[in-house]
Design a protein around this ligand. Structure first.
Ligand code: IPM
Ligand code: MN
Length: 356
């Protein structure tokens, strides 16, 4: 009998529903051709959840995702919900979901498709062949630190990391490096922050268990500069929550568009797979969003959560073929395009190639 996987689907806000529909289209195509079944269960998060239930992360979502084999997520947020109290904002729902799922390790690959070396704002010679894995700590640091408060004349947040939090994310980074080029660059601000000094000391201790991996350290300001100057020097970048948030957006532009890059959030149990971009309310509903980041996240889900590596390869190859054939959504439309396609047409093309 063929296998059946239960996939949680969170469409979210803005372009979330459009891009998720295309990823599901591709997943369906590939599962049919590879002979396994996918059963979907939809959950609410973010603005969509606020509108339907009054809160950004309903209990049904927290409980529901736990019963899935993995979760595919679009994006959340938008101007409609920007003026709500912080704990009621869409972003708070996403952060609370990450925390409740225990997805402390956020893997954000920054790679450059050969077909799109001209799409980056950097020179092709600088970006061609870039292959970086950003390992971002996702459930700690300043995002979650207590105390935090907004007062009349001042406000504060707390950046805090425990030994256990740093050790477990460092192990993830070193394990990944062992399967890649065996180089980890840990990014911090140890020249200024105690929490970063602790981060660095703890990472050095974990490194002792990985003698084959070369560990280097970089201050975050320098890392931001080096990512733009010479991105090929990096293999695995290991960093905390807020630095990883910022550096992964910067790294995404090496590829030419933030609409291309996927991410996997893993940790204790069920994983959460999502594009690194946001809900892009300015282009929502126009059918012009680039679904590749989400389709690529679906591929990561098949590979890392379900172990369906052949199916994941098929999706990755189909994305490359679509780009090679010159199909482009608007965001990358200026670069070696044969035809500008809509979000849904791009999904059709990739689904077709993936099912062959
Ligand atoms: C991301 C996003 C989120 C983050 C926001 C929406 C809370 O920017 O996934 O990178 O900061 O983690
Ligand atoms: Mn971000």
């Amino acid at each position: 009998m063929s296998k059946t996987y239960k996939i949680g689907i969170i469409k979210g806000d803005g372009i979330g529903p459009e891009i998720i529909d295309e990823a599901v289209k591709v997943l369906d195509a590939v599962s049919v051709s590879m002979g396994f079944n996918l059963k979907y269960d939809e959950f609410l998060l973010g603005g969509a959840a606020i509108d339907a239930t009054g809160v950004p992360l309903p209990d049904e979502t927290i409980q529901g995702v736990k019963k899935c084999d993995s979760v595919l997520f679009g994006a959340i947020g938008g101007p409609k919900w920007d003026n709500l109290e912080r704990h009621l904002r869409p972003e708070s729902g996403l952060l609370a979901l990450r925390k409740s799922m225990g997805t402390f390790a956020n893997l954000r690959p920054a790679t450059v498709y050969d077909e799109l070396v001209n799409a980056s704002s950097l020179k092709p010679s600088v970006v061609a062949g870039v292959d970086i894995m950003v390992v971002r700590e996702l459930t700690g640091g300043i995002y979650f630190g207590q105390p935090r408060e907004l007062l009349e004349d001042r406000a504060y947040n707390t950046m805090i990391y425990t030994r256990e939090e740093v050790e477990r994310i460092a192990k993830v980074a070193f394990d990944i490096a062992m399967k890649r080029n065996k180089r980890v660059c840990s990014v911090d601000k140890a020249n200024v922050l105690e929490v970063s000094q602790f981060w660095r000391e703890t990472v050095i201790k974990v490194a002792a268990d990985y003698p084959e991996v070369e560990l280097t350290h970089m201050y975050v300001d320098n890392a931001a500069m080096q990512l733009i100057r010479d991105p090929k020097q990096f293999d695995v970048i290991l960093t905390g929550n807020i630095f990883g948030d910022i550096l992964s957006d910067a790294a995404s532009m090496l590829s030419g568009s933030i609409g291309l890059l996927p991410s996997a959030s893993t940790g204790k149990g069920v994983g959460l797979f999502e594009p690194i971009h946001g809900s892009a309310p300015d282009i929502a509903g126009q059918g012009i969003a680039n679904p590749i980041a989400t389709i690529s996240s679906a591929s990561m889900m098949l590979r890392y959560a379900l172990g369906e590596c052949e199916a994941a390869d098929k999706i990755d190859d189909a994305i490359k073929k679509a780009l090679h054939e010159g199909y482009r959504t608007g965001d990358i439309g200026d670069y070696d395009a044969k035809e500008i396609v809509t979000c849904s047409e791009m999904g059709d093309i990739i689904a077709d190639y993936a099912s062959r």
